[in-house]
Ligand binder design. Sequence first.
Ligand SMILES: [Ca+2]
Length: 457
Amino acid sequence: MVAAGLMFGLAAWGQAQPNIILIFADDLGYGDLGCYGAPVKTPAIDRLAEQGLRSTDCLVAANVCGPSRAALMTGRYPMRCGHPISRHPFPKYADYGIAPDEVTMAELLKSAGYHTKMVGKWHLGFHVEGSHPLDAGFDEYLGLYSNYATQKDRVDERTIYRNREVVEKDVPFEKVTKLYTDEIVDFIKQDHKQPFFIYFAHHIAHGPLLPSKTFKGKSGVKGRAGTYIDFVQELDHSVGRVVAAVDEAGIAENTLVVFLSDNGPARDGTAKPLSGGKYVTMEGGHRVPGIFRWPGRIPGGQVSDAMISSLDLLPLFGAVAGAALPDDRTIDGKNILPLLTGKTQQSPHTYFYYYNGLNLQAVRNERWKLHFPRTSEDQPYWAKKDSGQRIYTTLKKPMLFDLDADAGEKHNVFAQHPETVETLTREADRIRAEIGGLHVVGSDQRPHGLVNPQEKN
Ligand SMILES: [Ca+2]
C-alpha cells in the first residue's frame, strides 16, 4: 500500500531516525494556553514551547474533528482524501471511514522501520472495514475510538478498546486521560530497538467537560469557566508526564515532540485574539496552538509567524525518518523542517484553503484572506446557524482581511485591494476545479460516497 523509501536505521540527513510523539488536543482554542496568552498558565506546555518552536500561524485543514484528523493522517485536504464530513454514530456513516487506499503518516513511518502506536480518539471509522487504526498503519491501538458519550444507550463510546478487542465497557471518563498517559509513559520507558511513533489523541478539551477529581477545582476559577480550565490543566499535566518520561529516558535529543489541536474552541474555550471558533472558517476555527520540540535540532525559544499547517506533519515526519513520500498522489503538506530548525523563516505555502464541509469559504496567502459569500444551505450540518462562536455562517458579500494587521478579521478592506481580491478569487476557482466544491467534482478528489453529505442524517 505504501510506496515509501526504505532507509532503515539512518534518516536522509545521516543521523539516527528520531522518535516522534504527536500529541493532539481536541477542540483546544488558540487562546487556551498560557504561552498563547491565557491568564491561567499551562506550565508543561508552556515549557515545551520555550524549549522549541511555537507557531502563531498553525492552521488545521478543517474546523471539526473528523476531517481535521483525516487531513492530519494523510497530509491531504479533506476534500482531496475523501473525508470532508465529520462522522456520527448513525447508519448513514456505516461505510464512511478513512479510505484504505490513503497513505497515512503511520503507514509511511512503519515502512521506514518505525514501531507505530496510537492512543486515544480515532474518529475515522473504527468499525468500518479497512478504516481501523490497525488498518491505517498502527501496530498498536488503545482508547475510546470517538468522543466520550454520556447517553445511556451509547456504551460503545465509553468502551476502551485495545487493538480490536474490548478492554473495559462503560468506563468513567475520570479514568481515561490517566489510563492513556500511563500507557504512553510505560511504553517510553521500555528498551526500544526500533524508533517509535506515538500518536496521542486526547479527548480534552472536547465536551463533556469532566476533569478528574485531582483536577476539579484546581484552577480556583468558579463555575463552568473554571471547570474548563481544570480540564485544560489535566491535559497540561498529561503532556508534562509524557515529556518528563522522554527526558528521564535520556532520549530527548532523539525525540521530536509535536503538540497541536484538531480545531478551534467549541463553546467553552477561547481563540482570542482571533474571531470565531470550531465549526466556522474564521481564523478561530482553523488556527490552533502548534508547538515543536527537538533539542539539538530545533533551537529553543523560537516563535514563528510563518503560515504552516497540520498538513505539513506527514512530510515533516517523512523527512526526519528518511521515508520518501508516495509519488502517485498529491500531498498538500510541505516539509517544514527547514523552518523549524531556523534555516528559513519563510512559509513553504503560497495559499491555504478554508473548506467548511464541501463549501470553499475562504482562501488566504500569508497576509490576505478572502471570504466568499455563502448561504446557510451551503453550510455543512454543524454550521447552519449563527450561535456562540458560529459567526458569518451566512455572508452576502465577500470580505477581505489583512491578517498581518487584523488577525481578528474585523475590518473588511475588500474595496481597497481589488488586485489581491482578483488573485485570491482566481486561486479559489483553481482549487475548486482540482479538489471540488459544493456543486463541483474536482479533477483530483477521492469520492466521499455520502448521500446528502452536508446533512447529518
Ligand atoms: Ca475537535
